[in-house]
Design a protein. Sequence first.
Length: 55
Amino acid sequence: MTEGEFATQPDEALLSRLALIDERPLESRAAAYRQLHDELRQQLEATDGDTARTA
């Protein structure tokens, strides 16, 4: 699978997590989305650093 193909494949775990967050009451939903955002940002930042070193 190429990098472009990987980017278009849905991540079932992420989709399931988003569905669970959507079911929460509004007050806790915002906090859950904020936590997910922080986790994804950390993963992207870690990936960006790896790519920069190998390029």
